[in-house]
Design a binder for this molecule. Structure first.
Ligand code: FAD
Length: 489
């Protein structure tokens, strides 16, 4: 039967272990490439890649992971991976939402190529997760890849760990992920050629990939041509994030996390903070993860008084422009807020490093939130149709204190996969768009309370998740045919 001694002899087993445990994007990709070589499987053979991998990697440690992935893949929505076999999908961005969408598209049987301009996953910031996303990630084997997944008192994960988990799952399912390549534009079909992408570097092999589905998951304000954004403006809000090295000592383990001390609930705390340090905050959150992560909303007046912001401007962009920020004062401000809010119990707080090798402290403005007017679009040139969709922050920018980023991001990923499924199954495109826009109307109202509590039944079908979804609130005749840009009623 199982012989652990024999296992240790097969080099692909050791490579698989290295792949599962890899802690950087580069290591994941290198170990994956080595695994493919050792097992003699071509990763571009996306249709049978996962099946061959399971057959050839006969390793007891991998079995629990296959069981999980097989369970997900066997959902009737995917029609045994045949719902979208004709479709070729380009996904822009290997952030959490781009990767989560890529996984669903590959389960539907589509060929999926992901493009990411960064070479590494370096974001330490820690995200609070809604319960359904935890359930979802566990179902994809998150615990196998990252043993500490959601073991603390609060449910969270760093962005980079989340990306690593999703990258590993994507690769196992046959998704092609290219890093260090920037998407610049869509190139319209000409002659025999279908839709392609202009990339930087231009000679990148993915530049020849022809696709009929384009998903933008470029984050923040990255909106492809054809989509319009609405701006929601609130009162000036300045956020500060900072990360400190977690040495995982017993003393550090004892310090309690802070799930969000909103000012109105704890006036005494903020008053003492102001009196003792001069720091004036609206709220503060502390999560203990790979790092000690703090995020806070600071008042402009105290940032000016403490010399963090040099000169006052009414325009938020000018106010927070690098030239108007004293980086050292900002580090002190963040450090002191962290020390005070944890009662000085985190010994020897040292900044973790950001992607540029600098202390990981950032100040940003979240006065304005953007959201796309539409979630989908169809373009047609030379008889070749292209279905376009937005997911994640480029669809709706989240309000970070509510922790909606990943939750609504994943919901939109599933909804987008559902749209691609209809597209792949030949549903008329105006109907596909009308349904997608109907579902999009529900997204901003979602909360952990008003979404279905039975996470086990969640699938890409919106009806399994939204309790109030009306999939036909927008009709096909309400979406425009010229360029097929859907318009809200
Ligand atoms: P991103 O993570 O931004 O990924 C986009 C990717 O696309 C990037 O890797 C980028 O390099 C790549 N890219 C962009 N343009 C191109 C291009 N042209 N070509 C190739 N690649 C490109 N969310 C929560 O759920 N819970 C929280 O507690 C929480 N707290 C937050 C706190 C703060 C301070 C902030 C700022 C955000 C917080 N969020 C939180 C939001 C969360 O970070 C985002 O919702 C999430 O990262 C969005 O994922 P995404 O995949 O849409 O975009």
């Amino acid at each position: 039967l199982l012989n652990p001694l024999l296992d240790s002899v097969d080099p692909s087993h050791a490579t698989f272990d290295l792949f599962v445990q890899a802690q950087s994007c580069k290591d994941v990709k290198n170990h994956f490439a080595a695994l493919c070589r050792q097992l003699d499987i071509d990763p571009r053979d996306f249709r049978s890649f996962y099946i061959k991998l399971k057959e050839r990697l006969n390793y007891w440690k991998a079995k629990a992971l296959w069981t999980k992935l097989d369970k997900r893949a066997s959902h009737p929505d995917y029609k045994q991976g045949k719902a979208s076999t004709k479709n070729k999908c380009l996904v822009l961005g290997a952030g959490p939402c781009g990767l989560r969408t890529a996984i669903e598209l590959s389960l539907l049987g589509a060929q999926v190529v992901v493009l990411e301009k960064r070479e590494s996953f370096s974001r330490n910031n820690v995200l609070h997760l809604w319960p359904f996303t935890i359930y979802d990630l566990r179902g994809l084997g998150a615990k196998k890849f990252y043993g500490k997944f959601c073991t603390g008192s609060l449910d969270h994960i760093s962005i980079r760990q989340l990306q690593l988990v999703l990258l590993k799952v994507s690769l196992l399912l046959g998704v092609e992920v290219h890093t260090g390549v920037e998407f610049q534009n869509l190139i319209e079909p000409s002659g025999e050629n279908g839709w392609t992408a202009k990339l930087q570097p231009g000679s990148h092999p993915a530049a020849t990939f022809q696709f009929d589905v384009f998903i933008s998951a470029g984050g923040g304000r990255f909106v492809p041509d054809g989509f319009k954004h609405k701006e929601l403006r609130g009162k000036l809000a300045i956020g500060i994030t900072t990360n400190f090295i977690n040495r995982h000592t017993a003393a550090e383990a004892h310090v309690a996390e802070i799930s969000g001390v909103a000012r109105i609930y704890n006036q005494k705390f903020f008053q003492e903070l102001l009196t003792e340090t001069g720091i004036d905050l609206e709220n503060i959150v502390y999560y203990k993860d790979d790092t000690h992560y703090f995020v806070m909303t600071a008042k402009k007046k105290s940032l000016l008084k403490m010399g963090v912001i040099k000169r006052d401007y009414s325009d938020a962009e000018e106010l927070l422009a690098p030239a108007n920020v004293d980086q050292e004062a900002l580090c002190r401000y963040a450090h002191d807020a962290a020390t005070f809010s944890t009662g000085g119990k985190l010994p020897d707080l040292q900044f973790a490093k950001n992607h540029a090798g600098q202390p990981d402290v950032a100040m940003f403005d979240f006065t304005c939130m953007h959201r796309a007017e539409n979630a989908s679009l169809v373009r047609e040139r030379g008889g070749k149709k292209l279905l376009m969709g937005l997911v994640g922050d480029c669809l709706v920018e989240p309000f970070w204190p509510l922790g909606t980023g990943i939750a609504r991001g994943f919901l939109a990923s599933f909804d987008t996969a559902w749209m691609v499924r209809s597209w792949g199954m030949g549903v008329p495109h105006l109907k596909v768009l009308a349904e997608r826009e109907s579902i999009y109307q529900v997204l901003s109202q979602t909360t952990p309370e008003n979404t279905c509590k039975n996470y086990a039944v969640y699938s890409i079908n919106p009806k399994t998740r939204y309790t109030r979804a009306n999939l036909s609130s927008i009709h096909a005749n309400q979406v425009r045919t010229a360029e097929s840009h859907p318009s809200q009623p």
